[in-house]
Write a protein of this length. Sequence first.
Length: 317
Amino acid sequence: MGEVLVDIARIFASSSFLFVYSGLLVLLTVVAIVRNQISITSETKVSRDIVKLVDAAHSLDASGKVAQLLLLNESTGARILTHDACRRDDLVEHRVWRNPKSATARATANYLGVMAAVPAGRHSLEGLRPARTMLEDEYRRLHKGLSGFGDFIIRVALLGTFMGLIAALTIASANIGAAQGSAEAQSAHMRDFIQVLLATAANKFWISAVGVGCALILQIYRSTSEKAQHIVRLGDAFDHALTDPEIAAAWCPADAGPASQEDIDLRFVREAVFARIAKLDLEPLNAALAETAAAIRANAKDSVISFGPAPPRRSAE
């Protein structure tokens, strides 16, 4: 058993382990950066498509502006219910609302929910928090990116370093007491062995150095990639659109006080109830009522229908 452990320790203490493990750290870093870059490219495309929808509203009439809001509602999965057109659209049969994977689309959906609930008169850069700030906060919350990956790389590097050190010490403990003949030969052997041990330990610290270097590269890359310029452009597009009174009036509810807001909520409930009732199949109930009415008419000549309390019975004389 001891010889097997020593053989395994020699593998971890070898220079090949240093190069392979360091290469693994570099490979993990490159793969993480490439995957994050692909994700950012995809998020940029989603942002570009949403910006096109927002910008297109400027050149449309009132109904076209509402149609653009419906497209935003559907493409982001926002499911806005504070706007009349969106509520009618939500009541369509077999409507399936998707949950997009894109962090940009989900951040936009959260922003749309706030935007469409705030009265049109409050939509200005002075009265409402800028869309850019809200979208950036939501995007960073939803898009994790490389968050925590630098710490993971450093932990993996430390693991490799300790594995190499443990291997070197295991080999040392197995050979430190081996007999080497004379005292002079024993001293020379110990000196050479300690020199090899220290060189092996020093090599294994290169693994930690490579891990820290990879973490620094990740940090530099994150500082540039997390600027999220596509979110900045998206927020500017919404801010520019909502400063247009016609777009704000088409996308947002009219100014209303607390009392009228209750009326809006009640109206929404009434519309939802009426829409559901309209979809009910009342034909069996109508048929049952018609049958009952026909039976009453057929028996009307033999029976007397009276209303009110029944007259008291006279006792037999």
